[in-house]
Design a protein around this ligand. Sequence first.
Ligand SMILES: *Cc1c(COP(=O)(O)O)cnc(C)c1O
Length: 462
Amino acid sequence: MKYISTRGQAAPVDFVEACLTGLAPDGGLYVPESWPQIAPAQSHETYVQVATRVLSAFAGDALSLEDVAGLCQRAYASFSHQAVAPLAQSGAGQFIMELHHGPTLAFKDVAMQFIAQLYDLVLSRRGERMSVVCATSGDTGGAAAAAFAGAEQVDLYILHPHERVSPVQRLFMTTTGAPNVHNLAVDGDFDDCQALVKAMFADRNFSREVRLSGVNSINWARIAAQAVYYATAQAALGPGRPLRFVVPSGNMGDAFAGYVAARCGLLAGFEIICAVNENKSLATLLQDGAMMREQAVATPSPAMDISVPSNFERLFFEVAGRDGDVVRRTYEQYRQAGSANLPENVRGPLGCTGFTAAVVDNSGTLDEMRMFKRETGGLICPHTAVGTAAARRLPETEACTVVLSTAHAAKFPETVLEATGDDAPLPLRCDELKARGEVFERVANDLSSVKDYVRSNAVADA
Ligand SMILES: *Cc1c(COP(=O)(O)O)cnc(C)c1O
């Protein structure tokens, strides 16, 4: 199984290379050369068994079946629920898929736990070390810290905006106690952190010197690992039963994983509603085919405060008939002008992909959290509420609705309290977080100081 770039100018690579590289050298994203056909999940299979089948299909010859089985076993042993992604009924024909049973209470754990195992296995066989960097507005950093803590072959550098992530989110990043996890609190905002990471990758000499790698949402391993729970949802609710998934979306990695599951034969049909907050570029893209650079605005669902969703590029590549030139020209125009329209001839196919979008505003999100509590007695996080609010507006059909719960309510206690008047305490297993001391280094929003920091650690370890 080879992986090709959406911009058509990078050499094909295998699964392991695609995952270790992240972004393709031509600036595109890796996708499988063709979609493997995978037998649907069966209700008697465990999550680890389904994950092993799906991920070994994507790995092809790059990893043995035993290797993939071991990675999945270790990755999902860290979840507090043996079903990993259990379904809870919230109404007639409506289910919540709980993706928040991982160590940092957000769905990013599902992919990140697998990625960390993959890196450690591959790098230890090669006798290599890598420096993984990531910029975070909250959840990605915690998931990466929990997953890579103690990894033998990886140094992890997490850049978060100083005093702009929630206290609970920060605890998950800064209390691992692991010497290979380095937290940098940047004097700036999330965009500054992202710009620093991009600039480190753009410096080819530096990136080669410290063996830089990235695990943000464009990494193929994240998409592949997230396709698994769509398959288990289909098995649990009945093979052949039409489902529609409502996915609280930011960079569209989660929603695109649903598309991947469908293309690989894991779903009976395909209907995905991308639920977005007041940052509605994704809705504009799907509805009008227009890409616009806009400043993201802060909302109660910060993990979805994204301007143009990075994983849209993969969907664009598909509807453009996998023509990398078209994708490259459009993104080049976007880069230069700050906006671009998708070519006319891809707009039609885009409308037939099964993707639609629904926008939920800030007050709608808080109202929904209140309503959900009244109707079910349960608390949901603001991201999940964007999804359940969007689900309310769907026309009644025979399809059963599955809303993805992307984080635990306890991760956003301030918003839960404001919306419902209830406390959302952390689960008991997180108690030790508060007991452990936080470790982070405050740094200026300055590329050379961040590089020096990474270099001195990478060299010390070499
Ligand atoms: C990252 C995140 C999202 C958005 O997921 P994408 O794959 O970027 O679309 C939604 N909710 C939560 C809680 C998240 O952490």
